[in-house]
Design a binder for this molecule. Sequence first.
Ligand SMILES: [Zn+2]
Length: 320
Amino acid sequence: MGAKHCAPTFPQNATMKQFATVIIFTLLSIGAVVAQDNANILSAPPTPNRTIEGNGFEVDLYFGSLKQGRVGLIGLRGDIVRAQATVFNRRVDFFSVPDRDGYYALIAARTDQPIRVYELIVAVELSNNTTANLSIGIDITNGGFISSEVTLPPDDELLALLDPQIEEDELAFLFETTTPITEVVLWGREGFIAPVNAALTSPFGAVRTFNETYLSVHTGWDFQAGIGRPMVAAAGGRIVFEGQLPLRGNYILIDHGRGVYSGYAHLSVSYVTQGQAVTTGQVLGLVGTTGRSSGAHSHIEFIVNNEWVDAADFIQMYIP
Ligand SMILES: [Zn+2]
């Protein structure tokens, strides 16, 4: 389609030089149009699974039922000034993105969210100064998390980390660090990318028994990657933690805005510092085996609205 629009008309008595210039110009124009078309295709929202209309606005749900540990995208259309979603006893503000139509919100189901139907209330303030809301049923289904056994090598330092209090403290620290909601979207138009190009090994949500005694829920995905492989930022954001944690080892935590955070664990080397702004694909550090780890791998985790969510699923989602 691009080629048709930018095909120039050749002058009747064009010299070879003019002719060549026109051809080069044509090729450049086609290239530019194709690149732009690709960008538009990549960033186009998918067809909503459900649209609920009424009370002067429309709600688009980009999910059918929602599995435990997964994120659901909600879109709004109408003359909306401000909007809020309430679900799972939590209020989430909708955000608008420059160059995008409408308002969006991300909701996150806990990995242990009881399986049933929940009420989602979308409350909006319309441009004519009236308020309205819609109530929608959200079906939470089984996350299908596996159970797995992990055997740590007989290393006293590692075995000392099988203390429930250490895990409790670390999770409490991460919960607190990821509680602030940065009001602006810091991720880019390209959404989120895989931080390391490697095979997924241990899945999110797995209930793991360490050395036949200690139970722990896996908060992220493990990727099979050797020491020294670069680990990149899944999207733009700001480093809110860079340092040592007992279980996660050398750890980096990025705030992407709007309640979305990503964490990178067990690094051998870190190249970033707390407070630093990062862009999508920027190298954060190198894969290692620090913390509670039985060998070189990368552990990548996502938090949305203070809940651990399936990182692999989130990276594949359309995020406006
Ligand atoms: Zn892991």
